[in-house]
Structure formats: structure tokens, C-alpha cells
Ligand binder design. Structure first.
Ligand SMILES: [Fe+2]
Length: 393
């Protein structure tokens, strides 16, 4: 990619990784001067043994904490606003996000309201008069329990506006966690289908950030390695849930994908955000189905990068025509989807053809496609959705 002007690179989140890493939480709170953490999770994870094991670590050190579980999947602005009130009422001074993308995104948004006041809509990045997130915010610690979103190292939250019926993006470097705690033992109970969906989300992050037309060679290198790891370990994690190596590497793949997408994402994400909003489709599942269609759309422009995707699958690309290698990469992604139990078409996961026009409208409003390697009109997005509906790749 051509060098134009000044670039800034930053990789600021501290990460502790490994089986048993949650035992480091008390020391982390001490270092961050957090006396009363506000633990944000979702109702499902709150009932698990994994969550109890985290609380046992805090109890063992006599740490007092508050627990907040009113977090919907695709968290609502009302979840965030209620959480911020409870944070204040309980006199907390730090936030711990435990779970998948939804509690992570909710927790980071709660930190914004706790630090700066107001409501979620005030910080809508799509509004020209959106309030800037300037900090300081309460320190955020993230403990992921899925391997997909990468929100544990991301600077954004995606919150559903109950009034506008669309996603609100809140983004700021102040929303980055001070510390991410990646413990693969927390992920072993994740069911196979969610392992597959979230894993394909992570792979999509790596692929879309690699092809985003932004000058960031460091993120590009991270994305290439993230793709290699995802391709090697996702199927193993789906087939052997207690394989701590596969689980650990998928956590790394997700974290690397999110570090890489500080570059930005692409059209598969615009489509999947809209599919979640209109059809309630799980985010990673939507990405998995849309990714081959979008790669086919991009293949001329992104053939060099897609050849690296083919290489990650073990294809010998030496001397191979780049377009052919790109087409091979698309086939490999579709085949991986199939092997891990992901249907090949939107029509097979409950999406109705008559919903696609509304999905295309919403996808066009979503900013991710603006950083896709090939630009799209609203009608291009509709046609891509039709292809994904029929499962053409
Ligand atoms: Fe994603």
C-alpha cells in the first residue's frame, strides 16, 4: 500500500494470557487502585461454574464487588444507562467485563456514562453533533469467555438504540481496557455452535482488517498470523471443547483480530450488523455466511491478501495466479464453514427474502463498508445479500 502522509500506531492494552490467568485479578485491581469493582456479565454466564470461579478468586482476597447482569444480547442503551446508575449507587470505582461481546460492549459503554454522564445517544459516532469521549473513565478490566468479538482489546462498543432501532457506535481510545485477562479455562464450556460462530467472527475480523485500505503494516502482520491461527485451531476447538491448546489459540486469534481491526472492518460486517438488527441473527453466524460472498465481490481488488488466506489453509500459492489463489481462499472458507456446522445460506437460518430490502438499507447506513477494499452502493449491498440468501459460494 502506498505511503501517504503521517500514520500513528498504538497497541496499548496490557494482556495476561494462560490457563488460570483469572487468579491475577486481585493483583490487577490493586495496581489500578480499584477497591470496589462493578462486575458486568450476562444472565447466562452469571449462572455458570466459570463465573463462580472468578467470584471465588475475589472472595478469597476479601474484595467487595457489585454484580450487574441486566445485559441483553446485542446490548440495549437501556441496559447501559441502568448499569451506570447502579455503578454510581454502589460507589464502585472500576469496571470488570466478564463474558462475550455483549457484556464487554455494555461494560465499556457503562464506563463512558459513569465517567462523563449523559445517555448512550449522546455519544452516537454517526451523529455529527455526537459528544466526544474525552475521559477520564473508570479503569476497565476485560475477561472474555468467548473467542470472537475481541472486544476485550477494542476501543468501541456497539449498542442497540431502543428508540432508533439501529446500532449506535461508541468509540474512543479511552474505552480501551487497562488490562485484558485471557484465561482459556473459561472457554471450555462454550457449546460447539457458539464456538463455531464466534470463531468465524474472529476470522472475519482478521480477513476484513487485512484488506481494509488503510496504511498499517503492523496490523496487517497481526491479521495474517491471526488468520493462520484461526484456520489451524477453530475446527479443533469445535470438535474437542476441552482442548486447551485449541481454546487458547482461538482466544489469541480473537484478540489479534480485534487488535488488527483498529484499521477497520469491511462489508461483511455492515451486512451482519444489519442482519442482527432486522432478523436477530447471531453476529458471528451472519459474518460466516456473508464472508465468502463479500470475498467474491472483493476478489479482484484484494487478491493479493486473499492469496495469503489460501496459504493459511495450506494451499501452495507459489507461482499461482493471485486471482486463482483468491478464488481458492473463498472455497476454503466455505468448506471450513461447512465442516464446523455453519449453514451456507441466509435462507437456511430463518432470514426471509422480503426482509433483505430493509437489511440492505440498514447495511448501507452502517459505516463498516466504507472501509471495505471495494466500495458499494445500497443496491450492491442488496445484491450481495441476495447471494448470501441463496448461498452462492
Ligand atoms: Fe465482528
Amino acid at each position: 500500500m502506498e505511503i501517504k502522509g503521517i500514520s500513528r500506531f498504538s497497541f496499548p492494552t496490557n494482556i495476561v494470557f494462560g490457563p488460570g490467568a483469572i487468579k491475577e485479578l486481585p493483583g490487577i485491581f490493586k495496581e489500578l487502585h480499584v477497591e470496589r469493582p462493578f462486575v458486568v456479565t450476562d444472565p447466562g454466564f452469571a449462572g455458570t461454574d466459570s463465573f463462580k470461579s472468578i467470584l471465588a478468586v475475589l472472595d478469597g482476597e476479601g474484595i467487595k464487588y457489585s454484580i450487574y447482569t441486566d445485559v441483553n444480547p446485542n446490548p440495549h442503551d437501556t441496559d447501559v444507562e441502568k448499569g451506570a446508575k447502579e455503578y454510581e449507587k454502589d460507589g464502585c470505582n472500576g469496571i470488570v467485563a466478564v463474558g462475550g461481546g455483549s457484556p464487554m460492549d455494555a461494560a465499556k459503554a457503562i464506563a463512558v456514562l459513569a465517567g462523563q454522564g449523559g445517555v448512550v445517544a449522546d455519544y452516537d459516532a454517526q451523529k455529527s453533533d455526537g459528544k466526544a469521549i474525552t475521559g477520564p473513565l473508570p479503569p476497565i478490566v476485560t475477561v472474555p469467555t468467548t473467542s470472537g468479538t475481541g472486544s476485550e482489546v477494542g476501543k468501541c462498543s456497539v449498542i442497540t438504540s431502543t428508540e432508533l432501532g439501529r446500532k449506535i457506535f461508541m468509540c474512543s481510545p479511552h474505552m480501551l481496557a487497562k488490562q485484558a485477562v485471557l484465561d482459556p479455562e473459561l472457554v471450555v464450556t462454550l457449546p460447539a455452535h457458539l464456538t463455531a460462530f464466534t470463531g468465524m467472527d474472529a476470522i472475519t475480523h482478521n480477513i476484513e482488517s487485512l484488506t481494509a485500505p488503510i496504511f498499517h503494516p503492523m496490523c496487517d502482520a497481526i491479521a495474517v498470523k491471526g488468520i493462520e491461527i484461526g484456520v489451524e485451531y477453530l475446527e479443533k476447538a469445535v470438535n474437542n471443547p476441552t482442548d486447551i491448546q485449541a481454546r487458547g489459540y482461538m482466544m489469541i486469534c480473537a484478540m489479534m483480530g480485534a487488535v488488527a481491526f483498529q484499521k477497520d472492518l469491511g462489508t461483511a460486517h455492515s451486512m451482519s450488523h444489519a442482519l442482527s438488527a432486522v432478523c436477530g441473527l447471531q453476529h458471528g453466524l451472519a459474518n460466516a455466511i456473508c464472508l465468502p460472498v463479500v470475498m467474491n465481490y472483493n476478489k479482484e481488488v484484494s487478491k493479493k491478501e486473499y492469496a495469503l488466506v489460501a496459504r493459511a489453509f495450506g494451499v501452495d500459492i507459489f507461482g499461482m495466479d493471485e486471482l486463482k489463489a483468491a478464488e481458492r481462499a473463498i472455497k476454503e472458507i466455505s468448506a471450513l464453514n461447512k465442516r464446523i456446522g455453519i449453514p451456507g445460506a441466509l435462507k437456511d437460518v430463518g432470514v426471509k427474502k422480503e426482509q433483505l430490502a430493509e437489511v440492505a438499507d440498514k447495511a448501507f447506513l452502517d459505516p463498516c463498508h466504507l472501509t471495505n477494499s471495494r466500495s458499494s452502493t445500497r443496491d450492491d449491498l442488496y445484491n450481495l445479500l441476495l447471494e448470501a440468501y441463496e448461498g452462492e459460494f
